[in-house]
Design a protein around this ligand. Structure first.
Ligand SMILES: Nc1ncnc2c1ncn2[C@@H]1O[C@H](COP(=O)(O)OP(=O)(O)OP(=O)(O)O)[C@@H](O)[C@H]1O
Ligand SMILES: O=P(O)(O)OC[C@H]1O[C@H](OP(=O)(O)OP(=O)(O)O)[C@H](O)[C@@H]1O
Length: 295
């Protein structure tokens, strides 16, 4: 029993992006993971329902720093932002969205094929530390200093405005880059959204619980359950098609001549697997959506 005057334990503080493409995905993921909250209009703090968690809505670019410095226990942001801030955080899991690349880009008309030729030139970026680190090797080799300037957005406009010889910016579809007349000269890193925690957080059990819930949700979005019947003779060939995530579940049907098999299948492989099972001789093939999962 706790001492009568002890203050209640503090809620876990969980920072999530306050706007933009990451926010939409994060809110959808939290809902699917049973992490529900009510956010009042214009408020950047929300309490979770039934869990001792306070959500704090912050700019994605600030979240790694807040987690690293222990202002919050847990956060979701891009790996690119974690690397740029060079903070000490535990990366708990990759979340599979917010995927893009950080690239050196230059005007198509300049026809630059070798990134080394940009050393000593003017580069504009929202990632000055990663960019500085990237060009350092070339600067030392060539005895030059690359001039790196920070802008917080619309990086792609810098070359057209005459402010830069090249930019270091994110590329997903390439639409922004092409519209600005730029092309990729060099990939620096691949990134996606990650769940990060402060290594000294006192909420280890709750962090582990959230991790399990989010993993369960991600699995349920990636997989479906495939069920089918197969004769005993053809069974071995069929389970080669559906080995499952760990292994398939197999039960004998009444009469003993056939088996019923259920196995998790990656969504993107469903049609190929159904065709293959049909060719092997399976019948009554069903595909069921997963609502949630815990592995
Ligand atoms: N086009 C993209 N595709 C996928 N992920 C992206 C893309 N652009 C950004 N990201 C990811 O989202 C993170 C936050 O991006 P961004 O800074 O654009 O968010 P924002 O909060 O909308 O800010 P702003 O619109 O003010 O720049 C990036 O660091 C990166 O990890
Ligand atoms: O390859 P694409 O699919 O075009 O995506 C890449 C663009 O997306 C991001 O910008 P965002 O749209 O967030 O606007 P910003 O320039 O204000 O950061 C990023 O900085 C790129 O400019």
């Amino acid at each position: 029993m706790s001492a009568p005057n002890s203050s209640p334990p503090e809620n876990l503080k969980f920072a999530i992006p306050k706007k933009g493409r990451l926010m939409e995905k994060v809110v959808e993921m939290l809902k699917g993971s049973g992490i529900e909250f009510r956010r009042q209009p214009r408020l950047d703090v929300a309490l979770c329902v039934g869990l001792p968690i306070t959500l704090i809505f912050l700019p994605a670019a600030d979240i790694a720093k807040f987690v690293g410095e222990g202002n919050v226990d847990l956060g979701i942001t891009g790996e690119d932002i974690v690397k740029e801030n060079m903070v000490e955080v535990d990366t708990i899991m990759e979340l599979g969205f917010g995927k893009c690349k950080l690239c050196v880009q230059a005007p198509v008309t300049d026809n630059i094929t070798d990134v080394e030729s940009l050393a000593g030139k003017r580069i504009v970026t929202s990632f000055p530390d990663i960019t500085k680190q990237f060009f350092q090797t070339y600067d030392e080799k060539l005895g030059v200093t690359t001039n790196i300037n920070y802008v917080s957005g619309s990086v792609e406009a810098a070359c057209g405005l005459g402010l830069a010889d090249a930019v270091v910016d994110l590329v997903e579809t390439g639409t922004t880059m092409r519209a600005a007349g730029l092309e990729v000269v060099h990939d620096i890193l691949s990134t996606q959204a990650v769940l990060i925690s402060n290594p000294h957080s006192e909420h280890k059990d709750l962090v582990a619980k959230l991790q399990r819930r989010i993993e369960g949700y991600i699995t349920s979005r990636k997989y479906v359950m495939m069920m089918y019947n197969i004769s005993n003779e053809l069974f071995q060939a069929a389970i080669l098609v559906t080995p499952g995530k760990k292994s398939p579940t197999v039960t004998s049907l009444e009469g003993g001549k056939d088996k019923a098999v259920s196995a998790l299948i990656l969504k993107k492989e469903v049609s190929d697997k159904m065709d293959a099972l049909h060719d092997v001789g399976a019948t009554d093939i069903l595909v069921l959506e997963l609502n949630n999962s815990r592995m």
